[in-house]
Design a protein around this ligand. Structure first.
Ligand SMILES: Cc1ncc(COP(=O)(O)O)c(C=O)c1O
Length: 429
């Protein structure tokens, strides 16, 4: 049903892919995008890229261009363990800033590597505790996936992606010029069938999976994938962006939780989530990280990680590897269970067992008014629509942290349930 038939304003008839094809020499798609954006702004419903006025704490304040200011319970930041504002992390970042200055001002392979980068690499090696492994640092998680996949796979090789793979893995595969094959999300039998049709005896194959998938909050079946991969001599990359420092007894991710750390060939971490900073890395056998250090274009042709951030990351990692991390890993899971229990049976929360909880409302036409409604009523939440998720599976994606209190989560749940009632996606029971 179109937005017109539902009597929704025309700007709700929007999907991300509407303005991404070239519309001629005069770039009509840019003009049309700006018209659409103007309409949403004029309707006072533009909730995107709203400046936050302080750190990503469980409660945040934001200010729209209209001057309207909102105090919100945040369920939108992946600052899972609260390290972005932890006093010891900030002190470490400030100390590194004083020693090394603001930026690295150089490519890591040339003159941009500082002693503090090597300290971070060593800390990550210590986290996993496996001899013969190394770390390759990148200035973003996106860059890590882009750089690693495109450095490891070449023309003639094959990259096999889960259909719900993060854009950075997809882009890495495209940049590599390898042949790309897809398997149904987390469907290991389908993966097996896809691999069985390839010339696996003589072709290099890289399978990409993830620790926790960020749209559904479900865990990648890394253990099963590793087994199938071995049958065909394929290598496995696990992107633990949303799971490192959280999943597993020691925070070594879903690969640890599923008992296959030593069987995954490449682990990707992003520092923008549980670490509370920015950047990313590859953890793999040293001969691979040495090679990636040189041949990942996203690393060779981009400035090294900020020294101050690097200092903060080292401290966050130290905390996460000690009692602080143990306590936070328990709290985040308890908090996620608490919020899930408030929502379960009332709205569709899919099959998540993690700290990412989707609330599926379906119709993409609701995205703009719903996002506006949540913000006006006290919740900071990210909404995902087609093509980031399949059609009619739009969702509010909730990120729970170890730092939320139960009253904050209760308040968040109440606003979401009230919105579900108003927008018609409360489940009948
Ligand atoms: C699974 C996954 N991989 C990689 C990234 C990219 O990480 P970053 O935002 O740190 O660049 C993200 C970002 O959200 C992600 O969800």
């Amino acid at each position: 049903m179109s937005s017109k038939e539902r009597e929704l304003p025309p700007y709700t008839d929007y999907t991300f892919d509407m303005f991404i094809s070239s519309a001629g020499k005069e770039h009509a798609e840019i003009t049309q995008f700006n018209q659409w954006r103007r309409e949403v702004l004029d309707a006072h419903m533009y909730t995107f890229q709203i400046p936050h006025l302080g750190a990503q704490r469980p409660e945040v304040s934001v200010e729209r261009v209209t001057g309207e200011k909102f105090d919100l319970v945040s369920l939108a930041s992946y600052n899972y363990l609260g390290y972005s504002y932890h006093p010891e992390v900030l002190a470490a970042a400030k100390a590194a800033l004083d020693t090394y200055g603001l930026g690295a001002t150089g490519s890591p392979v040339l003159n941009g590597t500082f002693l503090i980068h090597e300290e971070l690499e060593q800390k990550i090696i210590d986290l996993f505790g496996m001899p013969g492994y190394g770390v390759s640092l990148f200035s973003s998680g996106y860059g890590a996936n882009l750089g690693v996949v495109s450095a490891y796979a070449h023309k003639g090789d094959i990259v096999v992606l889960d259909r719900l793979s993060h854009a950075s893995l997809v882009d890495g595969a495209l940049l590599s010029q390898a042949t790309i094959k897809l398997f149904k999300h987390n469907d290991v039998d389908h993966l097996d069938r896809v691999l069985s049709r390839l010339d696996y005896n003589s072709t290099r194959i890289l399978i990409c999976t993830e620790g926790i998938y960020s749209a559904d909050g479900d865990a990648g079946r890394i253990k099963d994938i590793v087994q199938v991969a071995r049958k065909y001599g394929a290598k496995v990359l696990a992107d633990e962006a949303h799971s490192l420092l959280i999943a597993g007894e020691n925070g070594r991710g879903v690969s640890e939780e599923q008992g296959v750390l030593d069987q995954v060939d490449m682990i990707i971490a992003t520092f923008s989530k549980s670490f509370g900073g920015v950047g990313g890395c590859l953890y793999a056998r040293e001969e691979i990280t040495n090679y990636v250090n040189w041949y990942a274009r996203a690393r060779m042709f981009s400035c090294a990680l900020d020294p101050a951030v690097t200092g903060g990351l080292i401290k966050a990692l130290e905390l996460a590897m000690g009692p602080d991390g143990q306590a936070k890993r328990k709290r985040i899971q308890d908090n996620a269970d608490f919020l899930r229990n408030k929502l379960r049976g009332k709205v569709d929360i899919g099959d998540s067992h993690s700290w990412i909880i989707p609330v599926i409302y379906g119709d993409e036409h609701l995205t703009i008014p719903l996002s506006d409604h949540l913000q006006r009523n006290g919740v900071d939440a990210s909404l995902m629509s087609f093509p980031a998720v399949p059609k009619n599976q739009s969702r509010i994606r909730l990120f729970v942290t170890s730092e939320h209190t139960e009253p904050q989560l209760e308040r968040g749940a109440a606003v979401i349930l009230e919105a579900a009632d108003r927008f018609g996606f409360l489940q009948e029971n």
